[in-house]
Design a protein around this ligand. Structure first.
Ligand code: SF4
Length: 265
């Protein structure tokens, strides 16, 4: 039964296109709230290839049934368009192969909200990196409607869950010109970096493990907009710069081609 009567809870389809499942694994690490609370109080996840018990035709029927309800569409992974999308097949339904391109277009036409989860869905990311043999594109490149972008490689679970909760409770959160929620993407890493004091005093690390700002090692914190320094990762324990490695700009448009080399000596 797809129609859930819980107050405000909305149906959701999470489609994985051309990606690595990293965003789903990150989502499963959500702690505040945890997965059980998300699935019982915020969304009714009717279709997701990693989590759902159904398979084959029955699974895709859940997808089709959801299209007739009010739902949120989440997509992770870029959309391969080469040869009409043949390089990413998301389902086999009644003997017909369904491409990610086709499924995304079908669902985006009817969804109340569309969210690009992770950098590949948001900007093309690693899936669209040179030479891009699958001709992968971002979700916004193939749709003409508003796409809420939640870049990050992977996307932080709070960015997904916070956006879902806002959509269900209050509607679309305030977005920047790229379609990113300001609440998560309104500042640069550099704005709140724990090593910012070193930067201001001109103290720079010349190799990893040294104290000091890592800009001379290639840190992309000044051009990368996320709240990683304050939010942190893996249960709010640590984050890349806290673990002595520089920011590689994984949430920025153009990643990875435009933010390489990740490390400079
Ligand atoms: S380590 Fe990176 S983000 Fe932090 S202060 Fe230096 S340049 Fe900015």
């Amino acid at each position: 039964m797809i129609d859930d009567k819980s107050k405000n809870k909305m149906n959701a389809i999470w489609l994985e296109a051309t990606g690595c499942s990293g965003n789903m694994i990150s989502f499963l690490n959500s702690e505040n709230p945890g997965l059980y609370q998300i699935l019982t109080n915020i969304i009714n996840l009717t279709y997701n290839n990693t989590l759902m018990g159904a398979e084959g035709d029955y699974a895709f029927e859940k997808f089709l049934e959801t299209l007739e309800t009010e739902f949120i569409l989440l997509v992770d992974g870029a959309i391969s368009v080469k040869d009409n999308g043949q390089y990413t097949i998301v389902a086999n339904y009644k003997g017909k192969k369904i491409t990610a391109l086709e499924a995304v277009k079908m669902a985006a036409e009817k969804a109340k909200y569309v969210i690009a989860v992770g950098t590949c869905a948001s900007y093309g990311g690693i899936s669209a990196a040179r030479p891009n043999p699958s001709e992968s594109k971002s979700l916004q490149d193939i749709l003409t409607r508003l796409v809420i972008r939640l870049p990050g490689c992977p996307c932080h679970p709070d960015w997904v869950v916070g956006t879902l909760a806002h959509l269900v409770g209050y509607g679309v959160p305030e977005l920047d010109e790229e379609g990113r929620p300001l609440i998560f993407y309104g500042v640069t890493i550099h704005d709140n970096c724990t090593r910012r004091g070193f930067f201001e005093r001109g103290i720079f690390a010349s190799k990893f493990g040294e104290e000091g700002c890592m800009i001379r090692l290639g840190c992309r914190g000044p051009i990368t907009q996320t709240d990683c320094p304050r939010r942190k990762w893996n249960g709010y324990v640590n984050w890349p710069i806290g673990a002595n490695t520089n920011c590689i700009g994984c949430a920025q448009p153009g990643f990875p081609d435009g933010t390489e080399p990740f490390v400079r000596y």
